[in-house]
Design a protein around this ligand. Structure first.
Ligand SMILES: CC/C=C\CC(=O)SCCNC(=O)CCNC(=O)[C@H](O)C(C)(C)COP(=O)(O)OP(=O)(O)OC[C@H]1O[C@@H](n2cnc3c(N)ncnc32)[C@H](O)[C@@H]1OP(=O)(O)O
Length: 708
């Protein structure tokens, strides 16, 4: 609802009241319409201030209403009525004014913001555009380039930037409502002719056609198939070229296509999934709302290789004291330099003062004795990690949480090396650890819910999307990646090229195809794991049995490349060719193509035409099938957890909602039918056999996601 009151004898104060973010629900919109009418009819009221309760102006349209039968007064006429009012309307912006919230403020004649406020039009991140007049008013207010930037990126600006851009008229460090009330009194009775943004001409943009062509090209390149950024450019172009009323018509048409698109549904699902993963639960009954995290003031990191350095930076940036331990002196010296460089660059990027140095370095593991929480980040080797955990169990103070940054190893086994297995959890960071948003918090059967809660809370403090997952080989993310990679290798054997497979995945929306990623992360990483698993035979034997290992189809292609010293970017050669070791730009490699041809001949394989659809179905459906298996085993509590992991850690295109959501969009019956089809053709590939949960869901007609 919206509360109306008369303050300072002549100011009508309208307070938006819809916790937690004053989203513009049907009830709130009705409340605003009623309150505005009251204010305009009351002769005592000479000016009006609109504010939000609980320190937040407005988080925009109520996203939960999208996709339902929208009731209540629509936003556009409501904002129009505010702009047309004959009494000054002033927005008092505290906290956030986002999306429809900012559009409401743009309908007001003046905007006063608190210095800590954030403003923006983030609709594009929800697969929409600012369609309550935002795409037409903002360019008229601040010019086309600045408006286009805000609308196509959805970025939030600070009050200071908003003032500089001309979005707000005044910024205050004091009580925003008081400042707005005072301001509104000062302008009461003045003409409002020059204050209605919809009547402004759009500032002239030189070389309009070239400007928008370039903008469109840029957006199409970075959008990777997302349609909302493209529609945003079209809407701003309408503002720059059409009268306001026609621009509004265009805004409405563009919004109509976006609103009903699968992409908008997927992006809105991601918005809520990102928040839902914070409400974790474990099979043993641990829950986010009943488990109290332990306080963490000092954290320690053991091992200062690439991951350990990133984790140290991420911890230091949260303001914690950090003890960083590395037993090799040379590595320690290099790490010190690298960490301080990363902290400095991070501060420059954020426009903040460098993080005060709260890091203590040591060569001795005894230095972690006082830490509340330790993150072990030594080399991915079980024997080494076992040793470190036994030492930690002796050295650490009672109650200290012991975490391992492993991407696949058994958490429970490591816990068994300690005196207090309930204090052990996995914290699987993604490289670079101070940049990547995802954190898998892995609980073993003996991890206490307090240990999970502590790691989840620390992840949140570090700005991560933390997802609690159960203990199994590869946890959720890497476990699902295995069948995906496997299928990509098999497709090469059957006739595809790395270029074809990567192109299909990049057209789907991944920033990089599977072979480019493999070159980037290093082919030797997987080789080492496969060797440890006893999968690798050196040299190449021939015939189908040479490609069956441990009872299932196996492709030795990756191993053969490694035997040639082709480890990817770091050696300048992998699935692609690079201009030098460490080079970043991939080129097609004729050697690789000949190698594949020779390999097929040797193995008696006949190359056939593989198309993009087959690449997507085999790689993605195999990955999704593993996701269903993970759900069935209770390793992930819900599909949102898997989707968040893939969107925030594995480059899954957000506008496709994550693998499990995508499966729902495609239709579970279709996914199952295609898996069955491929499994019949490849009975030695168990990852193509639909798992029982998928079969049960299809048989019952049940959906995995209520949004679909
Ligand atoms: C014609 C169409 C016109 C306009 C279109 C729009 O306006 S689309 C909406 C545009 N607005 C946004 O995208 C803002 C989304 N919200 C946020 O960015 C943040 O929530 C915000 C406002 C910065 C507050 O952040 P904070 O970290 O404090 O809270 P949190 O994100 O955890 O949110 C708290 C709960 O509120 C729910 N919520 C937030 N915004 C909305 C919204 N616009 N509609 C509905 N619900 C919203 C959020 O989901 C959280 O609830 P939970 O149950 O935990 O999911």
């Amino acid at each position: 609802m919206a509360q109306f009151s008369l303050v300072s004898a002549s100011v009508g104060l309208i307070t938006l009241q819809n916790p937690p973010v004053n989203a513009l629900s049907a009830v709130l919109r009705q409340g605003i319409v009623d309150a505005v009418e009251k204010a305009l009819c009351d002769p005592k009221v000479k000016s009006v201030v609109i504010c939000g309760q609980n320190g937040i102006f407005c988080g925009g349209a109520d996203i939960r209403e999208f996709g339902t039968n929208m009731r209540g007064p629509p936003l556009i006429p409501m904002i129009h009525a505010i702009e047309s009012a004959n009494k000054p309307m002033v927005a008092a912006i505290e906290g956030s004014a986002l999306g429809g919230g900012l559009e409401l403020a743009l309908g007001c004649h003046y905007r006063i913001a608190h210095s800590q406020a954030r403003l923006g039009l983030p609709e594009v991140t929800l697969g929409l555009l600012p369609a309550a007049g935002g795409s037409q008013r903002l360019p008229r207010l601040i010019g086309v380039p600045a408006a286009l930037n805000l609308i196509t990126t959805g970025r939030h600006v600070t009050a200071a930037e908003a003032l500089q851009l001309g979005i707000v008229d005044q910024v205050t460090d004091h009580n925003t409502v008081d400042a707005a009330v005072k301001f509104s009194q000062s302008v009461a009775g003045q003409s409002l002719d020059g204050r209605r943004i919809s009547t402004y001409p759009c500032p002239v943009q030189p070389n309009l056609d070239a400007f928008f062509e370039e903008a469109m090209l840029k957006v199409r390149q970075s959008a990777r198939g997302a349609i909302a950024p493209v529609a945003c450019v079209q809407a701003v172009r309408a503002a720059a070229t059409l009268p306001y009323a026609q621009g509004m018509k265009r805004e409405k048409e563009l919004m109509a296509t976006l609103f009903t698109s699968g992409q908008a549904r997927a992006l809105q699902y991601c918005f809520f999934a990102q928040r839902a993963v914070g409400r974790w639960s474990t099979p043993s009954g641990g829950r986010w709302d009943t488990s109290k995290p332990r306080p963490v003031h000092t954290a320690a990191v053991i091992g200062l290789g690439t991951m350990g350095r990133g984790i140290t930076v991420a911890l230091a940036q949260t303001g914690l004291s950090v003890v960083a331990v590395e037993t090799q002196v040379k590595q320690l010296t290099e790490a010190k330099q690298a960490v301080s460089g990363m902290l400095e660059r991070g501060a420059t990027r954020r426009g903040a003062a460098p993080t005060p140095d709260r890091i203590t370095y040591s060569e001795n593991i005894q230095a972690v004795a006082g830490a509340d929480l330790v993150i072990e980040a030594v080399f991915e080797d079980m024997a080494l990690k076992e040793k470190v955990f036994r030492q930690l169990s002796d050295v650490c103070k009672p109650g200290a949480l012991l975490c391992t940054n492993t991407s696949a190893l058994d958490i429970d086994h490591l816990a068994s090396q300690t005196r207090n297995p309930e204090l052990v959890v996995g914290m699987h960071f993604f490289a670079p650890a101070h940049v990547m948003k995802l954190l898998e918090v892995v609980y073993g059967p003996r991890s206490s819910s307090q240990a999970v809660a502590t790691a989840m809370q620390l992840g949140k403090k570090m700005g991560k999307i933390s997802v609690a997952v159960g203990n199994c080989r590869g946890f959720v993310g890497n476990r699902m990646l295995k069948p995906y990679l496997e299928q990509a290798f098999f497709l090469l054997e059957e006739g595809a090229t790395p270029e074809l497979v990567d192109r299909a995945l990049e057209d789907f929306g991944f920033p990089m195809g599977v072979f480019k990623v493999s070159d980037l992360s290093g082919l030797d990483v997987g080789w080492r794991v496969r060797k440890a698993d006893g999968m690798v035979e050196s040299g190449l034997s021939t015939g189908p049995s040479a490609r069956i290992r441990q009872g299932r189809r196996y492709s030795p292609l990756g191993d053969l490349l490694c035997e040639q010293g082709r480890f990817g970017q770091k050696t300048g050669r992998g699935w692609y060719l690079y201009d030098k070791p460490g080079g970043r730009v991939s080129k097609s490699d004729p050697w690789l193509h000949s190698f594949l041809e020779e390999y097929r001949v040797q193995q008696g394989l006949v190359a056939r035409r593989v198309d993009q659809q087959e690449v997507l179905e085999r790689c993605l459906f195999a990955l999704i099938n593993e996701g269903f298996q993970i759900l069935e085993e209770g390793i992930a509590a819900g599909p949102e957890d898997i989707d968040a992991i893939y969107v925030f850690g594995y480059g899954w295109p957000r506008h496709r909602g994550g693998p499990m959501f995508y499966a729902g969009m495609v239709g579970l019956a279709k996914v199952m039918e295609r898996l069955d089809h491929y499994h019949q053709a490849h009975p030695d590939e168990p990852s193509l056999q639909p798992c029982s949960l998928l079969r049960r869901l299809v048989a019952s007609g049940k959906k995995l996601h209520s949004q679909l």
